[in-house]
Design a protein around this ligand. Structure first.
Ligand SMILES: NC(=O)c1ccc[n+]([C@@H]2O[C@H](COP(=O)([O-])OP(=O)(O)OC[C@H]3O[C@@H](n4cnc5c(N)ncnc54)[C@H](O)[C@@H]3O)[C@@H](O)[C@H]2O)c1
Length: 313
C-alpha cells in the first residue's frame, strides 16, 4: 500500500537495507537510498534495473552532519529508516570509527530530522544490547531484562537507544526500533551469523558447507526484518520504543535438517560450538505495537531463500 511519503533509507546497500528498498519499491513508495558505498550487488538480487530506476541513489558518509541535513532538505524526506552501521568485528577492529559511524551517525540522523521537522524515526538496534545467558539466568529474555552489552557494537546500540530516548524527552521526536538476532536470507553474506545463509546458498549451488556454531537462537528472515523496520517507520509511537522480537527459537541443527529435507543431496553440516547468546526474546510489547505483523515461518523462509538463490544463480 503506497503511502505518498518520501523515505530515507541509510545503509541501503546492506543486506537489510536492500530488502527495505525492495519492499518500498514494490509498494510504489518514493525512496531515497543513502550509503557510503555504491555496490548494488545485493540489490541486484532483489530488484531488476527498471525497478532500481525508481530509487534516488545518494552516496555519502553518515558521519557528515551537514550532508545529512542537506539530504533531508533536498529530497523532502518525511520518513526515515536508519540502518547504516559497522558490524561487530568492524567495531572491534576500529573502535573509534565504530563509535563515529554507529553512535555519531545516529545522532546526525536525529539532528537532521529535528532540523527538517520530521517527527518520527525508525532505526536498527540489535540483540547485541544483551549479554550472554549467564548474566540473566533465563533463556528467553523479556522487557524486565536490561541491556548489558559485552561488545563495543552492543554498547553503541545501547547508546543509540539512549539517544532516541533523549530526543523524545528533549524534542518530542518519537522513534521505534527492533532488536534482530540471526538474520538470514538472500543478501546476508557477511558476519558470523551469516553462516546459516551460506549453507542455504551452498545447497542451492550443490556445494558443501559447514556451519561453525550450534545452539538455539532466533532465525529471522531479512525480508521480514526489513518489513519490521518499515512498519516501525509507518506506525506512530509515543516515546522511544525499543522492541525485542518474539520469533520462535530454533536450533542450528533444525535449520540443517530443513535444508536437507528440501534438497536431500545437500552437503551441509555443523559443528558443536554454542554461541554465548540467549535462546530468544519475548515479543509481547512488539506484538502490542504491531498487532497485524506476520513473520514468515522458518521452514517457509529457508525454502524461499534456497529457491531465490537457485533463480539468481
Ligand atoms: N544482519 C544482522 O544479523 C543484524 C542483526 C541485528 C542488527 N542489525 C542491524 O541492522 C542494520 C542493517 O544491518 P545489515 O545486516 O544490513 O548490515 P550491512 O553491514 O549489510 O549494511 C550496513 C550498510 O551500512 C553502510 N555504511 C557503513 N558505514 C557507513 C557510513 N559511514 N556512512 C554511510 N553508510 C555506511 C555500509 O556500506 C553497508 O551498506 C545495522 O544497523 C545492523 O547493526 C543487523
Amino acid at each position: 500500500m503506497k503511502t505518498g511519503q518520501t523515505y530515507l533509507v541509510t545503509g541501503a546497500m546492506g543486506c537489510i537495507g536492500s530488502w527495505v528498498l525492495h519492499h518500498l519499491v514494490q509498494r510504489g513508495d518514493k525512496v531515497v537510498s543513502f550509503d557510503l558505498g555504491d555496490n548494488r550487488s545485493r540489490l541486484d538480487l532483489l530488484l531488476n534495473k527498471d525497478e532500481q530506476e525508481k530509487i534516488q541513489f545518494t552516496q555519502g558518509d553518515i558521519r557528515d552532519t551537514s550532508l545529512m541535513k542537506s539530504i533531508f532538505d533536498e529530497y523532502g524526506i518525511s520518513r526515515v529508516i536508519h540502518l547504516a552501521a559497522l558490524q561487530v568485528p568492524f567495531c572491534k577492529a576500529d573502535p573509534v570509527l565504530g563509535a563515529q559511524v554507529n553512535v555519531v551517525g545516529t545522532v546526525n540522523v536525529f539532528e537532521a530530522a529535528r532540523a527538517a521537522n520530521v517527527s518520527h524515526i525508525a532505526y536498527a538496534s540489535s540483540v547485541a544490547v544483551f549479554g550472554p545467558p549467564s548474566v540473566y539466568n533465563a533463556s528467553i529474555l523479556n522487557d524486565s531484562h536490561l541491556p548489558d552489552p559485552h561488545t563495543l557494537y552492543g554498547v553503541y546500540k545501547v547508546a543509540n537507544e539512549g539517544t532516541a530516548r533523549i530526543y523524545w524527552n528533549d524534542h518530542g521526536i518519537s522513534s521505534a526500533t527492533v532488536r534482530p538476532y540471526t538474520v538470514y536470507g538472500v543478501g546476508r553474506d557477511q558476519g558470523l551469523t551469516s553462516e546459516p545463509t551460506k549453507a542455504m546458498l551452498a545447497a542451492a549451488k550443490g556445494e558443501s558447507y559447514e556451519i561453525g556454531f550450534s545452539g538455539t537462537m532466533q532465525f529471522q528472515l531479512a525480508s521480514d526484518i526489513a518489513r519490521y523496520f518499515i512498519a516501525c517507520a509507518d506506525t506512530p509511537f509515543k516515546g522511544a520504543g525499543a522492541f525485542n522480537i518474539g520469533t520462535t527459537p530454533a536450533t542450528v541443527a533444525e535449520v540443517l535438517e530443513m535444508i536437507k529435507a528440501l534438497r536431500p543431496d545437500a552437503r551441509v553440516s555443523g559443528v558443536e560450538n554454542e554461541l554465548p547468546f540467549p535462546a530468544g526474546m519475548d515479543g509481547s510489547s512488539l506484538a502490542a505495537y504491531l498487532p497485524d505483523f506476520k513473520e514468515t515461518t522458518l521452514a517457509e523462509g529457508v525454502k524461499q531463500t534456497i529457491e531465490h538463490f537457485e533463480r539468481v544463480g
